[in-house]
Design a protein around this ligand. Structure first.
Ligand SMILES: Cc1cc2nc3c(=O)[nH]c(=O)nc-3n(C[C@H](O)[C@H](O)[C@H](O)COP(=O)(O)O)c2cc1C
Length: 200
């Protein structure tokens, strides 16, 4: 199973279309998907209560545990997001911050929530688009995605970045990029399916 973490608040927009192509690729490679629409799930920001220093849970009373379970179980992660203010959208960032139980378990208590064996196969594909015709818009989002991947043990291994969306308007004007999304999703899924076969 692959966790598809979606950062835009716009369903059916350009980021969504790229994510759906990556999902189609991963499914064609034999994987199932659990999608997390970070802007729509009502998970609140990290409140720094630090309960997760002692226990692998968050003491903020919302639905985050359900998503921790998905992130623990998955064999790979796709993060797809637009750039906002040279970073990632706030709801997605809050969702990532709420994965602090993974951080504390791994680095503080040295009892990772993902086994070493499972961590070996878990990889992240990062898809990111932005309006401006600058390359540096991806610096912040890429660093955040890499940190998130380290924390949840899904190593940042591939990316698809498209700037200049203000001019391109619709991602359908970029069939090569849609194709790349499919191919990268397929490659992620194939790697997982092969790893599963090797351990069966
Ligand atoms: C609040 C906000 C902030 C944005 N900040 C940036 C930015 O700093 N750099 C950039 O290149 N694009 C920025 N954008 C543009 C989006 O990244 C771009 O429109 C993207 O294609 C949106 O994808 P979506 O429609 O799938 O959500 C911003 C958009 C919004 C709404």
């Amino acid at each position: 199973m692959i966790a598809a973490v979606f950062g835009s608040n716009i369903l059916g927009g350009n980021t969504d279309k790229l994510l759906m192509e990556a999902i189609r690729g991963a499914e064609d490679a034999g994987c199932t998907i659990e999608r997390i629409n970070a802007a729509h799930i009502g998970v609140s920001p990290c409140m720094q209560t630090f309960g997760c220093m002692a226990e692998p849970h968050c003491f903020v009373d919302d639905k985050a545990e359900k998503y921790y379970r998905i992130l623990k179980k998955c064999d790979g992660v796709i993060v797809a997001t637009p750039v906002m203010t040279y970073g990632i959208p706030g709801a997605l960032k809050s969702f990532m911050d709420r994965c602090q139980p993974f951080y504390m378990a791994k680095y503080y208590r040295k009892q990772p929530l993902v086994t070493r064996e499972h961590a070996k196969i878990r990889k992240m594909l990062f898809i990111c688009i932005g309006g401006m015709n600058n390359e540096d818009i991806f610096t912040g989002p890429r660093l955040t995605a890499k940190a998130f991947g380290e924390i949840i043990d899904a190593k940042y291994s591939d990316e698809l970045l498209q700037n200049n969306m203000d001019e391109i308007k619709s991602i359908e004007n970029k069939p090569d990029v849609l194709k790349a999304a499919y191919e990268k999703g397929y490659a992620l899924g194939k790697g997982i399916s092969d790893a599963r076969d090797n351990t069966a």
